[in-house]
Design a protein around this ligand. Structure first.
Ligand code: ADP
Ligand code: MG
Length: 269
């Protein structure tokens, strides 16, 4: 399949896994930063009420007047909620805890699963010329995550290299199948990325071989090592690529970005 099958516009990737603490936000921030380093324009949509991606990119709470909540539930346009970040080419729609009530508020909305989809496809998008939109999902398979999956071309799944890592995957895959039936029939799987990988740990190696054995090419060649610089970076409100550009974490996220660019060049959607 060639890339021509996808209409012009940004590639939209939902970063999802219903487990918390597996590296969704870390991956979203650092993949975005790595793509930007490679000359791409990226929009990060923070869809987690915890707002960790917003904090991690240095968007202070007082600068979060317009957020994904307003985009989804108050009919604001994308252009009204997009903010520039300190990183050239990287924009964000931030989130606050307000979004935690959205899941319930969305229930009564007829278009509840399609609100993000519609918001991201507004005509004004053209003027931004993003190459990628990365959506940082909450740790749940709730309506927010469904909105992300309906809006996306593909799902990227961070998988923590820990015991039970593969356990939640079947539920996630079921949700992906449901979203395909609910209207996004071409939703693809961008790939599964092993995070917090420790080469010296047998368990990490076991999770990797299980994942590659069961999921084959869906698993990215790049694995993200457990790296203290990665975990320190958010407290300086920076991607690890900016905080410590030569750290193992930064190098790995650059490799992941290159792998994603390569996949998308051959149009493996
Ligand atoms: P999620 O968004 O899935 O809840 P996070 O990205 O917030 O997960 O990561 C959970 C915690 O693990 C955070 O404290 C983060 O700094 C840390 N972390 C994530 N990836 C790494 C890594 N490669 N090395 C070390 N710590 C990491
Ligand atoms: Mg998160």
């Amino acid at each position: 399949m060639s890339d021509l099958s996808r209409p012009k516009g940004p590639k939209i990737i939902a970063v999802a896994n219903q487990k918390g603490g597996v590296g969704k936000t870390t991956t979203t921030i650092n993949l975005a930063a790595a793509l930007v380093e490679l000359g791409k324009r990226v929009l990060l949509v923070d869809l987690d009420p915890q707002g960790n991606a917003s904090t991690g990119l240095g968007v202070d709470l007082e600068d979060r007047e317009f957020t994904t909540y307003e985009l989804l539930l108050e009919d604001l346009d994308l252009q009204d909620v997009i903010q520039e970040t300190d990183y050239d080419g990287l924009c964000i729609v931030p989130a606050t805890v307000d979004l935690s009530s959205a899941d319930i508020e969305l229930m009564s909305n007829e278009k509840r699963s399609f609100l993000l989809h519609d918001a991201l496809r507004q005509v004004q998008m053209d003027s931004f010329e993003f190459d990628f939109i990365l959506i940082d999902c909450p740790p749940s398979l709730n309506l927010l995550t469904v909105n992300a999956m309906i809006a996306a071309h593909s799902v990227l799944v961070p998988l923590q290299s820990e015991f039970f890592a593969l356990e939640g995957l079947s539920q996630l895959m079921m949700t992906i199948r449901e979203v395909r039936q609910a209207g996004n029939k071409d939703l693809g799987i961008e790939g599964i990325v092993l995070t917090m990988y420790d080469r010296r740990n047998n368990l990490s190696q076991q999770v990797e071989s299980d994942a590659r054995g069961n999921l084959g090419d869906l698993v990215f060649k790049t694995v993200i090592p457990r790296n203290v610089r990665v975990s320190e970076a958010p407290s300086y409100a920076m991607p690890v690529l900016a905080y410590d550009s030569s750290s193992k974490g930064a190098v790995a996220y650059r490799a992941l970005a290159k792998e994603i660019l390569k996949i998308n060049k051959v149009g493996n959607l």
